[in-house]
Design a protein around this ligand. Structure first.
Ligand SMILES: C[S@@+](CC[C@H](N)C(=O)[O-])C[C@H]1O[C@@H](n2cnc3c(N)ncnc32)[C@H](O)[C@@H]1O
Length: 204
C-alpha cells in the first residue's frame, strides 16, 4: 500500500496513527510489516491458523528493539471465519497469504466485514501475469534461484510448490472482480517488481 493510499489517520502529517490494523499471516517480518512498524501508536493484530507460524513470528518480534513491535498481538484463527466484530479495523493487509487460502472469496468477505466503512485492504502476493514472457522468467527464477536458495536452508519442499500455486492463483483482473463480489466498492490491482509481484488494493 502506498503512503498516499493509507487508510489511517495521520496526526499533523506525522506517522502517528490511531486504530487497529488486521495484519494477516503473522509469520515473519516482511518489508510490509516494517513499514507498518513506523506507525507509532498503532495496534496490530496478526492472524494465522498455524500455531507454529505464530510462535516463530512472536519469537522474532522479541528480537526487535523498536517499541512499535510491542504493539503486535498474535491471534490463532481462520481467515475464512475471523474472530473479530464487524467494522472494527482501520486497515487490513495480507502478504503471500490469499494465494494459499482455499476459499478466497469467503476470506475477502470476512476482511470486508471487519473493516470500517471507507477503509482499505492491501493484498500482496506473487502476480499471475498475463504476459507469457513474465511467467516464463518467473518460473525460471523459482526453479533456478528461489528453490536452490531455499534448499540451502533445508526448505526446498516448502518453496517448490510455488510455481504450481501461482498458476492456480488469480490474475489481477480476477482478483479485482472477486474483491468487488466480496463487497468492496473499489478494487485495483497493481503489478510490481516488473510484474513478478502484485498488490491488490480494495476499499470497503
Ligand atoms: C506463505 S505463508 C505466509 C508468509 C508470511 N506472510 C510471510 O511473508 O512470511 C501462508 C500462511 O497462510 C496461512 N494460512 C493459509 N490458509 C489460512 C487460513 N484459512 N486461515 C489462516 N491462516 C491461513 C498458513 O498457515 C501460512 O502461515
Amino acid at each position: 500500500m502506498e503512503e498516499d493510499e493509507c487508510c489511517l489517520d495521520r496526526g499533523q502529517g506525522r506517522r502517528h496513527c490511531v486504530g487497529r490494523v488486521l495484519w494477516k499471516w503473522g509469520f515473519g517480518f516482511s518489508s510490509v510489516r516494517e513499514s507498518w512498524c513506523q506507525w507509532q501508536g498503532l495496534q496490530v493484530i496478526a492472524l494465522d491458523f498455524s500455531k507454529e507460524q505464530l510462535h516463530v513470528a512472536a519469537s522474532r518480534q522479541q528480537e526487535r528493539t523498536k517499541p512499535c513491535y510491542k504493539n503486535i498481538e498474535w491471534v490463532e484463527g481462520d481467515a475464512t471465519d475471523l474472530p473479530f466484530s464487524h467494522s472494527s479495523f482501520d486497515a487490513a493487509t495480507i502478504g503471500y497469504g490469499l494465494r494459499n487460502i482455499v476459499d478466497k472469496k469467503k476470506s475477502l468477505q470476512e476482511m470486508h466485514r471487519v473493516l470500517k466503512p471507507g477503509s482499505k485492504l492491501s493484498v500482496l502476493d506473487f502476480n499471475k501475469s498475463a504476459s507469457q514472457l513474465i511467467s516464463s522468467i518467473q518460473d525460471w527464477m523459482i526453479d533456478h534461484v528461489v528453490v536452490p536458495v531455499a534448499s540451502g536452508y533445508g526448505l526446498a519442499d516448502e518453496y517448490s510448490y510455488l510455481k504450481h500455486s501461482i498458476k492456480e492463483f488469480l490474475t489481477g483482473d480476477e482478483l479485482e472482480k472477486l474483491a468487488k463480489e466480496a463487497g468492496f466498492s473499489e478494487a485495483k490491482h497493481y503489478e510490481i517488481g516488473t510484474g513478478f509481484m502484485g498488490n491488490l488494493v480494495a476499499k470497503r
